[in-house]
Design a protein around this ligand. Structure first.
Ligand code: CAA
Length: 291
């Protein structure tokens, strides 16, 4: 398959990342289906598209015709078979739970055309832990977008040892068509490229907070006004989800057994009280007050 043959994209999981990846694909000209097993999440994704596209027209970023065409290319369904039956390229963006992903990839292998590439947007689980449930491991890879996926240009294309050069190259060409900047990650290292860098910053920011050196607001200010980062570590955790931060740290701890990888106490505190960040209205910052 060549990138020109990719006409239909299916996105599995309509949450934080999936809803924006699907909308992006539709805006960039692909027939896109977006599916989720949770009706409320799917409805929220559809409502987002219906609000976002007119907003782009109002901001003159899209013409009315472009917005209408994008909307007509985007379908939401809770039926996995219907979503992926004609897919040329699938992007899975469900929860970071290995067994769930393995189940979904086994289903995808059964339900998608044999030529389809099956990508995971996972930032924590490398595709070699999933590919063996399919009959096409050479076409199973990590295609890692950044939050918010409609805005952030970077996509990491991770070529594990089982991935064919053809699938990796096609995925990078597809990123071009999606208006993204791809980087080729040639080994399956934990955290790939950018999350390793962000994690180092995060760890340091949490240490400074927990040692009482500064407030989280001031640590964020230091990053923004001293280093020109668009947002500090705490605001960014609120955007990507403190739950994700917790889950990724726990995954890392389980894999290594190293207590240094455990989530830090202030992250645990927010995780157990359900304060995950923007999506719950409160994390480090209070979004109800802000709004
Ligand atoms: N969804 C879609 N679009 C959004 C958005 C959102 N949640 N938030 C902002 N935007 C868009 C706005 O519509 C606007 O678009 P236009 O300029 O085209 O009109 C643009 O982004 C800028 O928005 P604002 O002026 O309102 O706000 P800003 O300048 O502060 O930018 C931001 C917001 C883009 C999020 C910026 O703060 C930023 O770049 N933050 C850093 C984000 C980051 O580091 N992401 C990586 C996270 S790590 C990750 O994702 C890895 C993982 O595995 C989870």
């Amino acid at each position: 398959m060549k990138v020109d043959d990719v006409k239909n994209i299916a996105v599995i999981g309509a949450g934080n990342m999936g809803h924006q990846i699907a909308l992006l694909a539709a805006i960039q000209g692909f027939n896109t289906t977006c599916t989720d097993v949770v009706p409320e999440i799917l409805a929220k994704a559809e409502a987002f598209a219906d609000k976002y596209l007119p907003g782009r027209v109002a901001k003159e970023k899209l013409t009315q015709e472009q917005a209408d065409a994008a909307r007509s290319r985007l379908t939401f369904t809770n039926d996995l078979a219907e979503a992926v039956g004609e897919a040329d390229y699938v992007i899975e963006a469900v929860l970071e739970v290995l067994e769930l992903k393995r189940k979904i990839f086994a289903d995808l292998d059964r339900l998608t055309p044999a030529h389809a590439i099956l990508a995971t947007n996972s930032s924590a689980i490398v595709s070699s832990k999933i590919a063996d449930v399919t009959s096409r491991p050479e076409k199973v890879l990590n295609l890692h977008f950044f939050n918010p996926a409609l805005v952030m240009k970077l996509v990491e294309v991770v070529q594990g040892p089982h991935v064919s050069d053809e699938a990796a190259q096609l995925s990078m060409a597809l990123c071009d068509r999606l208006g993204k900047v791809s980087v080729h990650v040639k080994k399956e290292v934990e955290g790939f490229l950018l999350n390793r860098i962000l994690e180092a910053i995060n760890k340091e920011a949490l240490w400074l907070l927990e040692m009482g050196v500064a407030s989280f607001e001031d640590i964020d200010k230091a990053q923004v006004f001293g280093a020109g980062h668009p947002m500090g570590a705490f605001r960014l955790m609120d955007l990507t989800g403190i739950d994700l931060n917790y889950i990724m740290a726990m995954e890392k701890f389980r894999a290594s057994g190293n207590e240094a990888h455990l989530p830090s106490p202030s992250v645990v505190e927010r995780y157990i009280t359900g304060n995950y960040g923007q999506k719950t209205g409160k994390g480090w910052y209070d979004y109800s007050e802000e709004s």
